[in-house]
Ligand binder design. Structure first.
Ligand code: PNS
Length: 165
């Protein structure tokens, strides 16, 4: 392992990126030499934001984190994304017990498939109530999401709400 780059993958839909995601990716970047943010592109399930826009918003949100690379992936196992990226670990944030119950079998399956480890970071309590889906719902109904998402994301969601009025 000497002289080998320590690399991790932070996978997700990021539809759109929230401050909870930014917090976990930024902390992962202090633990690993490089973080690959892998954006799931599901052709069968069109997200609220297209994959290119999700990447653009992630790029802007992570501009201050130099050792981060953003990639899209589709129709592929996460373990294969990790193998191709040369990543030894997957990093995920946990907001609470419900996240853990959802994540544990995936972590065990990924380790079964390829030996890749999953590292869980405790979510910052400031963002314990933040998810991409709740953010979209609150924004669409005119609620204030300031501080819960990067400013570009808030502006993009606000523009959508105004366009549908
Ligand atoms: O942000 P999300 O939607 O909760 O992210 C889910 C994601 C992308 C981490 C998960 O769906 C995934 O890993 N998909 C890749 C396909 C795969 O490897 N499935 C088996 C997981 S054990």
């Amino acid at each position: 392992m000497k002289n080998q780059q320590r690399r991790c993958v932070c996978p997700g839909s990021y539809d759109p990126v929230t401050m909870g995601h930014v917090d976990v990716i930024t902390r992962a970047a202090t633990l690993f030499d490089e973080v690959v943010v892998a954006v799931l592109h599901n052709a069968a399930k069109q997200g609220a934001f297209g994959v290119q826009e999700r990447i653009k918003l992630l790029d802007a949100a992570l501009v201050g984190v130099p050792n981060v690379r953003i990639e899209a992936f589709a129709d592929q196992l996460l373990v294969d994304v990790c193998r191709q990226a040369g990543a030894q670990a997957i990093v995920k944030g946990l907001r609470g017990g419900t996240d853990f119950a959802y994540e544990l079998p995936m972590a065990q399956m990924n380790r079964h498939l390829s030996g890749v480890e999953t590292v869980f970071l405790p979510g910052d309590p400031r963002f314990g109530h933040v998810s991409s889906s709740l953010i979209k719902e609150v924004a669409a109904l005119g609620g204030d999401i300031t501080g819960l998402v990067p400013e570009d994301v808030r502006a993009a969601l606000l523009a959508r709400t105004q366009n549908t009025l």
